[in-house]
Ligand binder design. Structure first.
Ligand code: MF3
Ligand code: CO
Ligand code: CO
Length: 278
């Protein structure tokens, strides 16, 4: 996701216009997104106590190389890794490193693979061993909020309908929605129009039209919504150090609703739910 400040700057934009993609774009997004989802599937079994996030980054990077894809984040604004790995109170943009994961951690892994110039962007929450009941609850609500956002994503609705649906789920469970980062259009660009706020008022914002392609990637906190950026310039954490959780799909608006591009081939999009079902 991008910061609200970046999202508001015109300089980033090619035209200020929301692209409407045709069949070529949808086909490109399907291919890139399927590979991203497959990589996130493969990572599931490696997320265990004792494993450093740098190892996960290496696996993702090798997977990309072996499948003719490039991780979009390498060299993106000086970022140097294939993944973002955001643990516990890290909201997003956590940097993979040599510290081992610990039993009870919750980690978001966010990956964007570029295939034939198209960007497939997705993230999931992975539990490390047994996690606390409140961490489970946070993850459940985060996925429910994304589902609600996706259900609102259809022609005739607005971007505000998506944000309002997400916010209602999170705040209905007395959790909070992070304001500082937003979902984004994508395609041949990593971050494009429109911005997708994960909060807001139904009926406001931009009307959704078939052919729009964007991410929905709510960040939900157990405590207050406020974040700060650590001195590495990337890692965003909750100011009150409460747990934070996120999941992300890339979707395209169709004539009747939306198509989710980053669906998990192995039904592992929610690793916690998949584990419970197993
Ligand atoms: N994948 C993130 C997103 O959902 C962006 C990460 S940018 C990085 O938009 F540089 F921090 F990796
Ligand atoms: Co994104
Ligand atoms: Co992402």
């Amino acid at each position: 996701m991008i910061t609200y400040v970046d999202a508001s700057s015109r300089a980033r934009r090619t035209s200020g216009v929301i692209p409407i993609h045709g069949e070529e774009g949808f086909a490109g997004m399907r291919k890139a997104s399927a590979l991203t989802a497959q990589a996130l599937d493969i990572l599931t079994e490696f997320v265990e106590p004792g494993v450093p996030t740098a190892k996960l980054d290496q696996i993702a990077h090798e997977f990309a190389r072996d499948h003719g894809a490039v991780p979009a984040t390498i060299f993106y604004k000086g970022y140097r890794h294939a993944l973002c790995t955001s643990i516990n109170h890290v909201v997003c943009h956590g940097i993979p490193d040599e510290r081992p994961l610990r039993e009870g951690d919750i980690v978001n892994i966010d990956l964007t693979l570029v295939v034939d110039g198209w960007h497939g962007d997705s993230s999931r929450m992975y539990p490390v061993g047994e996690i606390s009941r409140k961490a489970e609850r946070l993850i459940e609500v985060t996925y429910q909020s994304l589902d609600a956002g996706i259900a609102a994503a259809k022609p005739g609705a607005t971007t505000g309908d998506i944000g309002a649906a997400i916010q209602a789920v999170a705040e209905g469970e007395r959790m909070s929605v992070v304001r500082d980062f937003v979902g984004h259009g994508l395609g041949r660009l990593f971050h494009d129009e429109p911005n997708i706020l994960h909060f807001g008022t139904a009926g406001t914002g931009v009307p959704l039209k078939p052919g729009m392609i964007f991410t929905i990637e709510p960040m939900i906190n157990l405590g207050r919504p406020h974040v700060k950026i650590l001195s590495d310039g990337w890692t965003a954490v909750t100011r009150d150090r409460t747990l934070s959780s996120q999941c992300e799909h890339s979707i395209g608006i169709t004539e009747t609703g939306c198509e989710i591009f980053t669906t998990s081939p192995a039904s592992l999009f929610n690793p916690l739910a998949a584990r419970a079902a197993a």
